[in-house]
Design a protein around this ligand. Structure first.
Ligand code: ME8
Length: 539
């Protein structure tokens, strides 16, 4: 069922590199959060893997130059500023990247020049006169079927982006894309190459028509904020060829060391850039004699209150502002809980508030507060379970049995969801376990067992608290990839040692009655809760 191909101990994952023509919004953050949660799970589950996450910014092209001049800022400074904002958003969202690459860096320019020369030397690039409808905003030539003609004005627009196009005639370098049609189709059709499967179908539809060769350079006098074509100053490298090579530059290409990480196990992209990653990219790589990626994971888009996000509609959601309302962990949780890759998700303040309150504050946070309340748990401990009371609770109380069943299945179920990047199902499964824990806590009536109460029974009370805390501990371990900081706070509060937060600590022997197993010394003894950490995890 595993999606990426595990070639060796390296597990290289990438996000798209983000255009610096506008500030980061939640859609951009979504690409990064998916890749980050994927990598965090891989590290947790397969500690032996060398997981590497790369993100960065895409800084060349007319679009960027125009944005800089609109702001009256020199283009290099403009790129520095916006690139820095991406770093800040990613750092505040706990994106754990190993590299942040910028296409204006020398290491990247060197990689692009080398990649170009390789394609050229191998005979896959040729010079030709080219004419067609060019869309500056999309940085691409469009065919008639990709255009809409406004009869009144005679202006043509890109169907996809809605931006105007202009008739352009120029000499370009062309890449022999047409020669890679069969190889690309073969690559796309490989099991679990493109996920979700709906995007594989879209690519295969495109591949059912003959692929035209693609222009891979622009005249320098038109697009000059770009990397020059090696040995020909009159042309610059097409921004999409430039941008795609970032995935190679980051791992050190063209130096031999890049092969340690090559090819990427998984590349996360949004649906709008599928053609570039699902057709051009494997063709470029095959032409250069390099292996294309193990998997493309394609996500859909976020709308806001049902509308596409756009500056003109003033509805662009700034992640830092949203985080002021919900915390960054809350925003991460919402995006991964509510987003599904195969169809667009709708971001709404009301919905975010409702989900976070009911799941993180009530189902999770409240349960911790109740199990660690001074009235019930005056010693502030994570108690040990008594074998006798555990057995009796399981026998006499349905809710106890149901909790145990859901905890025993948690590891396997969540692993299979994580393997497919189905984070919403991980959240679902974990919340179901926590619901079972809340039900168990309620129906076992721990308050009737307190010292001094008529049915006072400390050992039974502690067993109930311990079972509840087990559910919280296991949920904390499972949720680490999705809400790393909050999960840490929960595990800190429960005094779970860092070494006992790995995926293997979800195994059956640790799940429900840890002190019954000798292999689990860490959870056998009752221990003190961490007084420094508040039980109010999320407000
Ligand atoms: O395309 N919802 O950069 P970019 C979800 N530089 N995701 C969204 C979104 C939305 N509303 N809007 C954008 C580029 N994205 C190129 C990539 S890679 C070699 C070059 C996603 O800043 C979008 O789908 O326009 C893409 O995956 C990412 O943000 C970057 O978009």
């Amino acid at each position: 069922k595993y999606l990426g191909t595990r070639y060796n101990s390296s597990h290289y994952v990438t996000t798209p590199i983000f255009y610096v023509n506008a500030a980061p919004h939640i859609g951009h953050l979504y690409s990064a959060v998916i890749a980050d949660a994927h990598c965090r799970y891989q590290r947790l589950r397969y500690p032996e893997l060398d997981v590497r996450l790369c993100t960065g910014t895409d800084e060349h092209g007319t679009k960027i130059q125009q944005a800089a001049s609109l702001h009256g800022v020199p283009v290099a400074k403009y790129c520095d500023d916006i690139s820095q904002r991406y770093r800040e958003v990613f750092s505040s969202a706990s994106i754990q990247q190993d590299d942040f690459i910028r296409t204006t860096e020398d290491r990247h320019k060197r990689a692009v020049a080398n990649f170009w020369r390789t394609l050229y030397t191998r005979g896959h690039i040729y010079s030709a006169a080219y004419s067609g409808w060019y869309c500056v905003s999309d940085e691409t030539f469009l065919t008639d079927s990709q255009l809409r003609l406004d009869e009144a004005t005679g202006t043509r627009y890109s169907l996809e982006s809605g931006h105007p196009v202009e008739w352009t005639e120029e000499t370009n370098y062309m890449f022999r894309l047409s020669q890679f049609q069969d190889d690309v189709r073969h690559w796309v059709k490989t099991e679990a190459r493109i996920r979700p499967a709906k995007f594989e179908k879209i690519l295969l539809d495109t591949l059912s028509e003959p692929l035209p060769d693609v222009s891979v350079s622009r005249p320098s006098n038109r697009v000059h904020w770009a990397i020059p074509v090696p040995d020909d100053d009159s042309q610059t490298v097409y921004v999409w060829l430039d941008a795609l090579v970032n995935y190679l530059s980051s791992v050190g290409y063209p130096d031999e060391k890049f092969s340690v990480h090559w090819p990427p196990a998984q590349q996360v992209i949004g649906k709008d850039i599928l053609k570039f990653h699902g057709i051009y990219w494997p063709a470029f790589l095959l032409a250069a004699g390099l292996e294309p990626p193990g998997q493309l994971y394609v996500h859909s888009h976020w709308t806001v209150d049902g509308q596409k996000m756009s500056k003109s509609k003033h509805n662009v959601v700034d992640p830092l502002k949203a985080a002021q309302q919900y915390t960054m962990e809350g925003l991460r949780y919402f995006l991964l809980r509510e987003g599904v890759a195969h169809s667009d998700g709708n971001y709404s303040h009301v919905k975010a508030q409702r989900i976070l309150n009911s799941e993180l504050a009530d189902t999770l946070g409240n349960l911790l507060s109740r199990a660690s309340a001074k009235s019930l748990n005056p010693g502030q401990i994570y108690p040990s379970t008594s074998a006798e009371h555990l057995a009796d609770l399981l026998r006499s109380l349905d809710a106890a049995k149901r909790l145990q069943d859901s905890l025993l299945q948690l590891s396997e179920r969540c692993a299979s969801h994580y393997e497919c990047n189905h984070f919403h199902l991980v959240a679902d499964t974990t919340m179901a376990a926590l619901h079972a824990a809340n039900n168990f806590f309620e129906s076992s009536k721990p308050w009737t067992l307190k010292a001094g109460a008529p049915d006072g029974n400390q050992a039974r009370l502690e067993t109930i608290i311990a079972m509840t805390m087990n559910a919280l501990r296991l949920s904390g371990i499972v949720l680490q990839p999705i809400i790393p900081q909050l999960a840490n706070r929960l595990l800190d509060k429960l005094s779970v040692p860092t070494a006992q937060r790995g995926w293997n600590y979800l195994a059956e022997s640790f799940a429900t009655s840890p002190n019954s197993s000798n292999s689990n010394p860490g959870f056998g003894e009752s221990r003190q809760l961490d007084g420094q950490t508040s039980a109010l995890l999320f407000q």
